[in-house]
Design a protein around this ligand. Structure first.
Ligand SMILES: [Zn+2]
Ligand SMILES: [Zn+2]
Length: 254
């Protein structure tokens, strides 16, 4: 039986990949990487805790085996179950330093938008933005900056992609060529694209960041792009990223 209104899956599209994808209906993707310890990239909504727990059990493991939780940004559909997972496992939590105070509940998202940590407020819809920040507070153990490499899985490099949120980030699993792109680059209708305008605090900056991420990973030998929403991309990755970057450039105008 599946939980009410939620569906869990191990991505059939990623069976050959060294990670598993779990998706809650309406929520962001969750990725699990199995090693001695389990590594989770994004945690879905608060109610996704049960789905993650179930999937972990299917792997013959327990949530206590989760050692590391990487969060791409503070939105509730990505960081929602982080507090419960950390509580259950004692895992270390990683996120960009700009989103850490919001994740911890120490700073209201409103203040981020109003004081303009990222310099400019373009497309924030205040009510929606605050709703997206209704995250059960979770302390970030290791606040990260652009380029920081966490010595987990042979190296997880944070690529800062601000705009969607101030601390919005991707993680590059260097050893395996896997880019966890969060909401910096999502996959809708099998086209890599930008995050939703209404949910992004600075959409122009989000577009610039998406283009810049595409450029920065162009020379990496990527085997997969794991977006925050939509299916994993494992074919024509370079081409798809380049076309996304060009479309993002057009959104920005001359
Ligand atoms: Zn999202
Ligand atoms: Zn988001």
């Amino acid at each position: 039986m599946r939980g009410p209104g939620l569906t869990g899956e191990t991505g059939g599209d990623v069976n050959s990949q060294p990670f598993r994808k779990i998706k809650g209906l309406m929520t962001g993707n969750v990725y699990i990487v199995e090693g001695d310890e389990l590594v989770i990239v994004d945690t879905g909504a608060p109610t996704d805790f049960r789905i993650i727990e179930r999937q972990v059990k299917r792997l013959g493991r327990s949530v206590e085996d989760i050692g590391h939780i990487f969060i791409t940004h503070f939105h509730v559909d990505h960081a929602g179950a982080a507090a419960a997972l950390k509580e259950a496992s004692g895992a270390r939590v990683y996120a960009h330093e700009a989103d850490a105070p919001i994740l911890a509940g120490e700073e209201k998202v409103q203040s981020v938008y109003r004081t303009g940590v990222i310099g400019r407020v373009a497309s924030a819809v205040p009510g929606v933005s605050e709703g997206m920040a209704m995250v059960p507070p979770v302390r970030v153990d290791v606040p990260l900056k652009d380029g920081d490499v966490v010595p987990v899985l042979g190296g997880m490099r944070l690529i800062h992609a601000p705009g969607h949120t101030p601390g919005n980030s991707c993680y590059l699993w260097e050893e395996r060529g896997v880019l966890f792109s969060g909401d910096a680059i999502i996959n809708t209708y099998h086209v890599l694209t930008l995050p939703t305008v209404g949910f992004s605090c600075d959409f122009d900056l989000a577009a610039r960041s998406a283009r810049s991420v595409a450029r920065r990973v162009a020379d990496e030998d990527l085997r997969a792009v794991c977006p925050g929403h939509g299916p994993v991309v494992d074919e024509d990755i370079g081409g798809k990223l380049e076309r996304m970057g060009r479309r993002a450039g057009r959104r920005l105008g001359p």
